[in-house]
Ligand binder design. Structure first.
Ligand code: ZN
Length: 255
């Protein structure tokens, strides 16, 4: 009754601004799930390209170098004949941008290695003597690489991204996704956090929440492997609550 509503309200505050989404699971589940192994949804044509980049992206799509018109493979960042940097390929997903396997189970060390390598190749120093066009392209490529890396690095955003690749999103305020018992648990931790002030106690909560996130990450990994996207969505919703508590913990430790 009143208590459940209160929990819902607190949960909403923790999750962000949006109103409760009650039919969310239904909507997500009613979508036709795409094959987990296909990974091809973003290869298809008709990908939206932000305005202004249209002209530059034409050459990427047609597979010709914008500068010397040599034929290019999709994977190439630099033209093999004239060495010009090529425009971002917006048909690539973030895993392809970084050259990693499309999986929740991505090797983080490999991800970091690929990221550093790309940032080295795209470093502004290499483009200071180049044309304005190429300097612009290096900025665009670099920001795409940063965005891809930032998204794939943390289990929560990586999971949400993979889920969105299957047409399922997790809106803010999705307390309809998780059960009441879980919301009580979150409420309890959240209340405890507002009551305490000692660094040791705050850290203790931080450690508990960290452990919960690690366990959830393992569960998300399994659910993705089993192709159980409905379960993935529930687990990621829970992880999002804990992630918000982690942010509160950080704020309390570093005022
Ligand atoms: Zn070229």
């Amino acid at each position: 009754m009143g208590t459940v509503r209160a929990v819902g309200d607190t949960a909403r505050r923790l999750m962000g601004r949006a109103p409760p989404v009650t039919r969310q699971l239904g909507t997500g589940a009613s979508r036709r799930p795409r094959s987990l192994s296909a990974g091809g949804s973003s290869h298809t044509a008709g990908v939206t390209v932000p305005g202004g980049e249209r002209a530059l992206c034409v050459s990427a799509r047609s597979g010709l170098c914008w500068s010397c018109r040599a034929a290019l493979s999709r994977a190439e960042l630099f033209c093999p004949s004239c060495t010009s940097l090529q425009p971002p390929d917006h048909t690539k997903d973030y895993f392809q941008v970084l050259g990693c396997d499309k999986s929740f189970n991505v090797d983080i060390q490999e991800l970091q290695k690929k990221y550093r390598n790309l940032q080295r190749l795209l470093h502004p120093d290499h483009f200071s003597q180049k044309s304005q066009n190429e300097r612009d392209l290096s900025e665009k490529q670099s920001s795409l690489v940063n965005k891809a890396y930032g998204t794939l690095l943390s289990p929560l955003s990586r999971g949400l991204y993979l889920l969105s690749q299957h047409g399922i999103t997790l809106e803010d305020g999705s307390d309809g996704v998780v059960d009441a018992q879980f919301l009580f648990e979150i409420l309890e931790i959240s209340e405890k956090l507002t009551e305490i002030n000692g660094d040791a106690e705050i850290e203790e909560i931080g450690n508990v929440v960290q452990a919960k996130c690690e366990k959830l990450t393992e569960e998300v990994r399994n659910a993705f492997q089993q192709g159980n996207l409905k379960e993935v969505k529930i687990l990621l919703a829970k992880m999002k609550y804990f992630s918000n508590i982690q942010n509160q913990v950080k704020k309390k430790i570093l005022p």
